[in-house]
Write a protein of this length. Structure first.
Length: 293
C-alpha cells in the first residue's frame, strides 16, 4: 500500500505519540472515502476503512517485535514487557486521535450530516448497540457496576479472540469504540450547548474530564487483550509448539490477559463513580437529551 511507504518502518516505535496524528489522519480519510462511496450509510464503512488503513502499520510493528525476539537468544520477560508497553502506547495514541476526530466532526458538522455520517454510533447513545450501551441507558443503581463490567468484558473478550484468530483484527473494535465514544461525547456537548447556550467545546472539556479516567483505563484493558491475542497468534506460527520459548511467551501473554481483566475491573469501578456521583456529567447528559436534536 502506498501510504505505508510514506513513513519509515520504525517511526511509530521511535515516537509513539506520532500514532495520535496517524489515527486522526486515517480516520479523516476513512470518513471521507465512506461518505463518497456509501453516502446513504457510511458509519460502519468509515470504521472499516480506517481499520484497513491502520493494519499495515500494525503489521510492521508486530514484525519488528518478531525480529527482535528472534535475535534474542533467550526470552526475557523484562524485554517482552518493554516491547508490549510500547505497543500499548501506540494503540492508545491511535485511539485518542480517532476519538478526537469523531468528537470534533460531530460538533462542527450540521445535525443532518452528523446523523448520516455517524448514524450507527448515535444509535448507541440510546442504548441500541454492543459496546458502550450502558453509558446513557439510565442505569444508576447498585447493579450498575456489574452491568458495566459484563458489557466491557464482552468487548475485551472479543478483542482477544479477534486478535487470536486474525493477528491484528482487534483494531476494528478499537477503532469502533473510539468512534462511538468520540461521537457520543461530541454530540452530547453539542446538544447540551444548543439547550443551555453554553460553549460546546467547554462542555466537551467537562465531559472529557469526567469520562477520561474510566475511558482510558477501559481502553487499556482492550488494548492489553488485543496485544496478548496477537502475540500468541503470531507465536504459534513462529515457534515450535510447546517448546520452552513458546511456553515462556505464551505464559507471559496469559499474564497480560489477566492484567487486562484486573484493569477492566478498575475501569468499571471508575465508570460507576462517574455515572453515580459526577453531578455535572448528569447535568450535561440531561441537557443534551432535553435538547432533542
Amino acid at each position: 500500500m502506498v501510504l505505508e511507504h510514506i513513513f519509515p518502518e520504525n517511526w511509530l516505535e521511535r515516537k509513539a505519540s506520532y500514532a495520535f496524528i496517524l489515527g486522526a489522519v486515517y480516520s479523516i480519510i476513512g470518513i471521507l472515502i465512506a461518505s463518497i462511496l456509501f453516502p446513504g450509510d457510511p458509519a460502519l464503512v468509515a470504521v472499516t476503512f480506517t481499520s484497513l488503513l491502520l493494519l499495515p502499520e500494525l503489521y510492521k510493528l508486530f514484525s519488528i517485535e518478531e525480529r527482535k525476539e528472534r535475535i534474542e537468544s533467550r526470552v526475557s520477560l523484562k524485554n517482552l514487557w518493554k516491547d508490549d508497553f510500547n505497543l500499548v502506547k501506540i494503540y492508545l495514541f491511535l485511539f485518542l486521535g480517532i476519538l478526537l476526530v469523531y468528537s470534533i466532526g460531530t460538533m462542527v458538522l450540521p445535525s443532518f450530516e452528523t446523523n448520516t455520517l455517524f448514524r450507527e454510533q448515535l444509535e448507541i447513545r440510546l442504548g441500541q448497540g454492543f459496546a458502550g450501551n450502558a453509558m446513557f441507558s439510565g442505569l444508576l443503581s447498585s447493579d450498575l457496576f456489574w452491568s458495566l463490567l459484563s458489557n466491557n468484558f464482552l468487548v475485551m473478550l472479543a478483542c482477544f479472540i479477534l486478535a487470536l484468530l486474525t493477528g491484528d483484527g482487534a483494531i476494528f473494535l478499537i477503532v469502533w469504540n473510539a468512534s462511538v465514544w468520540g461521537t457520543i461525547f461530541g454530540y452530547t456537548a453539542k446538544a447540551a450547548s444548543s439547550f443551555s447556550g453554553e460553549n460546546a467545546y467547554l462542555l466537551f472539556g467537562k465531559i472529557m474530564a469526567s469520562v477520561s479516567p474510566h475511558m482510558i483505563v477501559e481502553m487499556l484493558a482492550y488494548i492489553l487483550a488485543a496485544i496478548a491475542g496477537a502475540v500468541i497468534s503470531k507465536d504459534v506460527l513462529l515457534e515450535e509448539f510447546a517448546s520452552d520459548r513458546f511456553m515462556e511467551v505464551f505464559g507471559f501473554n496469559l499474564y497480560l490477559l489477566l492484567m487486562a481483566v484486573i484493569v477492566l475491573l478498575l475501569g468499571a469501578f471508575l465508570e460507576t463513580i462517574a455515572l453515580d456521583y459526577y453531578y455535572w456529567y448528569h447535568e450535561i447528559i440531561t441537557m443534551s437529551l432535553l435538547a432533542g436534536i
